[in-house]
Design a binder for this molecule. Structure first.
Ligand SMILES: Nc1ncnc2c1ncn2[C@@H]1O[C@H](COP(=O)(O)OP(=O)(O)OP(=O)(O)O)[C@@H](O)[C@H]1O
Length: 326
C-alpha cells in the first residue's frame, strides 16, 4: 500500500523526516509518535501535496513525486485540524467533496447519505456544522475521506479532542472502515495505547526516524514477564519492597510495574519479574514463602505498546528532530 525509501524532509530549522524507510501493507496500520515526530509531514508527502527533500515514496504503486493527482483520486484524507465551514451542513459539505472527487451528482448524494449514516450522523446532518460537537465534526471529516470509496484512507489524529467514550467510538468506526468496506487505513496518534485494539500493524517514529515497525501482536505478545503482587504483614510492613529485594538477591530481574517514564518507582504494588526459565516460578514462590507474606497474584503478563515504546525510546534528544508541531 505504502512504501518509502530513505524519505527525508528538512524544513529550514528542523529535520521532520530522517531517512525513513517503511513498507506498509493492507489492513489497519497505526503511525505512532509524539507531537512533532513527523506524522503529518509524512502524510502530506504521501498525498503528493509537498515534495520530500530526499528519498522516494510510493502509494498504491504510484510515485508521490509525479502522480499526486492519481494518488488523491484513490486515497481519502482526514486532516488533523478543524477545517469545516461552519455555515454549511454536513450533507452539503460531503456532497461537495464527493463532486470534487469526480462523482456525478446523483451518485454523490447517495454516497453522502450512506457514508454519513455509516459514521453515525443522522438528522443532524442537515444542520450547519458550526453547531456541531467535536465528535460530530470528526465524523464529518471521516465521512468526507470515505465518500469517494477510496482504497486507502490516511487519518491524521482522528481521536484528537474527543473524550474517552468518543475516542472508543471513533476507534471502533475506524476498525469497521476496514472490516465492512475493505478499505485500508493508516491512522496516526500520539497515544500508543489506543492503537492496540484498532490496528493490525504499528509503526513508531520519533524525531522523523523509524523506531519500530511490527504487527500489533508482536508488540504485545507474551514477553516472559510475570506480574506478582503480595500483601504486607506486621513482620514485613512493605511486602512489595521486601519481595523486590529478595528476588533481586536471588538473581532475578524485577521492577515495580508502575515505574514512571524516568524509571523511578511509581505507586502500585505489582512487581514485574523477568522469566528466565521454569525455575523462576519456584524462586518467586520460595521468596514469598520465606517472607511470610500472602501471594495475591502471580500471572503471565503481556506487554502494552506504550511500555515497549518507552523502553526502546532513545533517551538522548534527537539533533534535527526537536521542536513543536504547528
Ligand atoms: N511547514 C513547516 N515549516 C517548518 N517546520 C515545520 C513545518 N511543518 C512541520 N514542521 C516541523 O516539523 C516537525 C514535524 O512536524 P509534524 O507536524 O509532521 O509532526 P507530527 O508528528 O504530525 O506532530 P503533531 O501531531 O503535533 O502535528 C515539527 O518539529 C514541526 O515543528
Amino acid at each position: 500500500m505504502i512504501a518509502t525509501e530513505s524519505l527525508t524532509m528538512r524544513y529550514p530549522r528542523v529535520t521532520a523526516l530522517d531517512r525513513l524507510s517503511l513498507d506498509i501493507t493492507s489492513g489497519v496500520t497505526g503511525l505512532v509518535g509524539a507531537n512533532g515526530a513527523g506524522k503529518s509531514t509524512l502524510i502530506k508527502i504521501l498525498l503528493g501535496l509537498m515534495p520530500a527533500t530526499e528519498g522516494r515514496a510510493e502509494v498504491l504503486g504510484l510515485d508521490v513525486a509525479t502522480q499526486g493527482g492519481s494518488i488523491r483520486e484513490r486515497v481519502g484524507y482526514m486532516p488533523e485540524h478543524d477545517c469545516l465551514p461552519p455555515d454549511v451542513s454536513a450533507t452539503e459539505f460531503v456532497v461537495h467533496m464527493a463532486r470534487m472527487s469526480g462523482l456525478p451528482p446523483t451518485a454523490a448524494r447517495e454516497r453522502t447519505a450512506d457514508t454519513l449514516r455509516h459514521v453515525g450522523l443522522y438528522e443532524e446532518r442537515y444542520r450547519p456544522m458550526g453547531g456541531y460537537s467535536t465528535g460530530m465534526k470528526q465524523r464529518v471529516k471521516l465521512a468526507q475521506a470515505l465518500v469517494h470509496d477510496p482504497r486507502l484512507v490516511l487519518l491524521d489524529e482522528p481521536t484528537n479532542g474527543l473524550d474517552p467514550v468518543g475516542r472508543d467510538e471513533m476507534l471502533a468506526l475506524i476498525r469497521r472502515v476496514h472490516t465492512d468496506f475493505g478499505i485500508s487505513v493508516l491512522v496516526t496518534s500520539h497515544l500508543l495505547g489506543e492503537l492496540e485494539r484498532t490496528c493490525d500493524h504499528v509503526v513508531v517514529i520519533d524525531g522523523g526516524r523509524l523506531l519500530r515497525s511490527s504487527s500489533t501482536e508482536d508488540f504485545t505478545q507474551d514477553t516472559g514477564s510475570l506480574a506478582v503482587e503480595v500483601t504486607d504483614t506486621d513482620a514485613c510492613p512493605d511486602g512489595t519492597a521486601a519481595l523486590l529485594a529478595a528476588l533481586t538477591g536471588a538473581g532475578l530481574t524485577a521492577r515495580p510495574a508502575g515505574r514512571a517514564a524516568d524509571g523511578s518507582p511509581a505507586s502500585g504494588r505489582v512487581l514485574l519479574v523477568d522469566v528466565a526459565g521454569e525455575e523462576t516460578y519456584d524462586v518467586v514462590r520460595d521468596a514469598v514463602a520465606g517472607l511470610g507474606v500472602g501471594l495475591v497474584r502471580m500471572e503471565q503478563r503481556r506487554h502494552r505498546i506504550a511500555e515497549v515504546f518507552r523502553d526502546e525510546q532513545p533517551h538522548e534528544p534527537h539533533k534535527g528532530g526537536a521542536g513543536h508541531a504547528a
